[in-house]
Write a protein that binds this ligand. Structure first.
Ligand code: MEV
Length: 332
């Protein structure tokens, strides 16, 4: 590609608050040091290729190398979602032909915000390609538009975290995106393990709809869990600063209980989480989860993380450690 523009965006985890954040509870989210990288360049006359023939998507964390995963869905993302959003925002009818390559270290559909990261990086890359100056507020609001197309009723937490980076406290309404400005003390930060249970059968949008039905059927149960989750999110803030391991474990365990109460944690993942708890740690699903089978990433913590790693190995599940709170969207 000639005159390339490269933009990258990180993945995210929810320390607390997924699903409840859709109904205005606070969520605590952090970026993770896995990135999606988008490279864009103009197609010159004589090039027969147009976007739809030249969008390449690579993904993969476990090998340490990004690898090809899918073309079709990402082509559709560009032509059916990202381009219309940009055209509408800039009030333009056409976009000159371009070549685009997406490589991602973020496992797709595992609760690490791969969808928001790809959209954010594509939007920023396409704006730069069109020589439009952008800032993170613009990227965040356009990425939220893309998230709405994908998920129907997103809270905006994923795109805000990925765009602005760091560790944030997010509330949907009244809109609050507050960077916490903390470095989590090492005794906590060094002992997180992300276990990949595999791609959930249901999409984030489907899981959000399922929770909506549960909330309508059983408002008392939902509201009790939401109240508890709201209190936990407030309690978590000083604990993240102090690095108090036993308080952290208590909060994460209760957070997971609330997620189980609203039915987004499969029996399979509950079993793994109970094992980690029994070994003295805490674990929770991360993202939308699933009612059956794999639930995507399990975020686990243990003061001695080798205990969690051993459990992951016993289930033959891939796992990795990550730095939390890395930079958001950036032009490379
Ligand atoms: C998905 O990563 C998080 C959910 O809370 C949905 C959302 O916040 O839009 C399940």
């Amino acid at each position: 590609m000639s005159k390339q523009i490269i933009v990258s965006a990180p993945g995210k985890i929810h320390l607390l608050g997924e699903h409840f954040v859709v109904y205005f509870a606070p969520a605590i989210l952090a970026t993770v040091d896995l990135r999606t990288t988008v490279t864009i360049a103009r197609c010159h006359s004589g090039d027969s290729d147009i976007l739809s023939e030249d969008t390449r998507i690579y993904s993969g964390k476990d090998s340490g190398q990004a690898r090809l995963v899918s073309d079709e869905s990402e082509r559709a993302r560009m032509t059916e979602i990202v381009e219309p959003i940009i055209k509408k925002h800039l009030k333009i009818k056409t976009i000159p032909p371009y070549k685009l390559e997406i490589s991602s270290q973020i496992p797709i559909g595992a609760g690490l915000g791969s969808s928001a990261a790809i959209s954010a990086a594509c939007i920023a890359a396409l704006l730069s390609f069109l020589k439009v100056k952008w800032d993170l507020n613009l990227i965040n609001s356009l990425t939220y538009e893309a998230e709405k197309v994908f998920h129907g009723n997103p809270s905006g937490g994923d795109n805000s975290t990925i765009t602005f980076g760091s560790i944030i406290r997010f509330i949907r309404e009244p809109k609050t995106i507050k960077p916490l400005g903390i470095n989590i003390p090492e005794r906590l930060a060094q002992n997180f393990v992300l276990i990949n249970t595999g791609k959930p059968k249901k999409s984030t949008g489907e899981m959000v709809s399922l929770v909506k039905v549960l909330r309508e059927k059983n408002p008392q149960l939902f509201n009790e869990s939401l109240k508890s989750q709201t209190e936990l999110a407030e309690k978590l803030l000083p604990v993240l600063k102090s690095g108090d391991s036993s308080k952290f474990i208590k909060i994460i365990r209760l957070g997971e209980k609330n997620l189980e109460a609203i039915g987004v944690v499969s029996k399979t993942s509950q079993k793994i989480i109970r094992k980690i708890e029994k070994a003295g740690g805490a674990a929770k699903i991360c993202g939308a989860g699933s009612t059956t089978g794999p639930t995507g990433i399990i975020l686990a913590y243990h003061p001695d993380k080798t205990k969690v790693e051993k459990i992951a190995r016993s289930y033959k599940l891939p796992y990795f450690s990550t730095t939390l709170g890395v930079e958001g969207v950036r032009q490379e």
